[in-house]
Design a protein around this ligand. Structure first.
Ligand SMILES: *Cc1c(COP(=O)(O)O)cnc(C)c1O
Length: 490
């Protein structure tokens, strides 16, 4: 493709993205595609001869778009938001256009140093402790996902717990290293433990308070004491600020005190909710992070207007992470690395190669400014509060758990002809049927979770395009569909 062709098609692509975002409400939120449908519409074999780019664009309309679930749709309320924004898309396009591979400082100094500036900026915007800054002992890094970030944290923690010696899994002196999570911790921690070579039994589940679903620090203390007595080496505790299921907040300060007493690494997973701390009035969610957290992760790619992938991991002391992950083969040796004056972010992540992700986060922070980012978060929380008030006032529904952020967990209340509440099993079937009907309508998209024995609807607000009218319309859909199902004798 010549530069002139690139210019022509590039303009078309940017126009298409703008048109797509402009007309996104004309699509069904959840893709109606059936399994295999997209694949069947595509040729089985690659083209022998090159094709004009128009063909790709035509197939985008014909095959790809109908097979998409529209995450940027204002009525997308499932999972958590995966925000994007103009400046983020453009920053990512620039990253593609520059085609830089930033594995070490020497392979593109600006790729590394801009990232350092941006993660320090974000730490400042979120009010994170000064120890997380690169000019202190710690520092931040942009990873592809919170899952990778938590794996990196676990490897650093294991390195520290093993006295800095590389572990030899499977050998007698490898020791038994343990990881502490709760039933509400994201599954990526269990996956990280598997990847790191921990046995399934070495992932220890700390009890949660049944009302708040937050981790119980007293039980953590008891588990740690018992495990140490049994010869285990506790490596890491993961506390969550804003759990995936219901956005519960673990008591980080009290968990931190327990970690301190036992000398265990505290990792804080704030993948979804951490970015809310751009608002000074929400900084309380991070109580205990300063002084106790050894590592902390939050995802600008969820709720901070930065398209996937952009997850920021900070550590209070980068040394164990770098020791755990640094291997320097001859072909990567260079004067800058040897001088010790530069950061090589390849030692802060699992892969060697790295995209220039800092460009999109830099574009976002500069375009919106701190005030713009705060306004975005506050709008999501305000709409969630308004929705929760509607739900709470409606006898057909209950707000199940606290809703400190943009997620409201809603339990429909089902009863039989005699107005007696349905048993959990049948109520869950009715809730599942309600969810499926709502999502099949294409008008909105919700997801679900389980709280205790109840299936509940999750409605996560926070897409940049979502306005009050979309939330009110979604609530109308939910109540109308509930009435129809109830009338059918659900
Ligand atoms: C979404 C989420 C994750 C996983 O995030 P990825 O960036 O997709 O890996 C981890 N922890 C929590 C609490 C989450 O909500």
């Amino acid at each position: 493709m010549t530069p002139e062709e690139f210019r022509r098609y590039g303009r078309q692509v940017v126009d298409r993205i703008a048109d797509y975002l402009h007309s996104i409400e004309s699509y069904p939120v959840r893709s109606p595609a059936r399994p295999g449908e997209v694949r069947a519409a595509l040729p089985e074999h690659p083209p022998e001869e090159g094709e004009p780019f128009e063909n790709v664009l035509a197939d985008l309309d014909r095959v790809v778009l109908p097979g998409l679930t529209h995450w940027q749709h204002p009525s997308f309320f499932a999972y958590f938001p995966a925000n994007t924004s103009g400046p983020a898309i453009l920053g990512d396009l620039l990253s593609s256009g520059l085609g830089v591979q930033g594995m070490v400082w020497a392979t593109s100094p600006a790729c590394t140093e801009l990232e350092t500036v941006v993660v320090d900026w974000l730490a400042e915007l979120l009010g994170l402790p000064s120890s997380f800054r690169t000019d202190a002992a710690g520092g931040g890094v942009i990873e592809d996902s919170a899952s990778s970030a938590s794996l990196v944290a676990l490897l650093a923690a294991l390195h520290g717990a093993g006295g800095g010696a590389p572990r030899a899994p499977g050998t007698a002196d490898a020791g038994r290293y343990t990881l502490y999570v709760s039933s509400q911790t994201h599954s990526s921690l269990e996956k990280a433990a598997r990847i790191a070579g921990l046995a399934p039994d070495d992932v220890r589940f700390v009890d949660v308070d049944p009302a708040t679903l937050a981790m119980d620090p007293a039980h953590l203390d008891a588990l740690l004491t018992a495990d140490v007595a049994a010869g285990a080496r506790p490596a890491m505790v993961c506390a969550t600020i804003g759990t995936t299921s219901t956005t519960a907040i673990d008591p980080v300060r009290r968990i931190g005190e327990v970690c301190r007493a036992h000398g265990v690494w505290l990792h804080v997973d704030a993948a979804y909710a951490g970015v809310a701390a751009v608002c000074p009035e929400l900084r309380g969610i991070n109580d205990g992070v300063a002084g106790y957290a050894d590592s902390y992760v939050t995802d600008p790619h969820k709720w901070l207007l930065t398209n996937f992938d952009c997850s920021v991991l900070w550590t209070a002391d980068r040394t164990p992470m770098i020791e755990a992950l640094s291997i320097l083969p001859e072909y990567l040796r260079n004067a800058a690395t040897s001088s010790g004056e530069v950061i090589d972010y390849r030692d802060w992540q699992i892969p060697l190669g790295r995209r220039f992700r800092a460009l999109k986060l830099w574009s976002v922070i500069r375009w919106y400014g701190a005030e713009g980012l705060r306004a975005h978060i506050r709008r999501g929380i305000g709409l969630a509060d308004e929705l929760a008030a509607l739900v709470a006032a409606d006898p057909r529904f209950e707000v199940v758990t606290p809703h400190p952020f943009g997620l409201v967990c809603i339990r429909p209340v089902w009863s039989d002809e005699a107005d007696r509440p349905l048993p959990a099993g049948r109520a869950n079937e009715a809730t599942t049927a309600l969810l499926e009907r709502l999502n099949a309508s294409g008008e909105l998209y919700l997801s679900h979770t389980r709280v205790g024995e109840d299936v509940v609807l999750r409605m996560a607000i926070g897409a940049p395009a979502t306005e009050r009218v979309h939330v009110l319309a979604a609530w109308d859909h939910v109540t109308a569909e509930y009435d129809r199902l109830a009338a059918e004798g659900a």
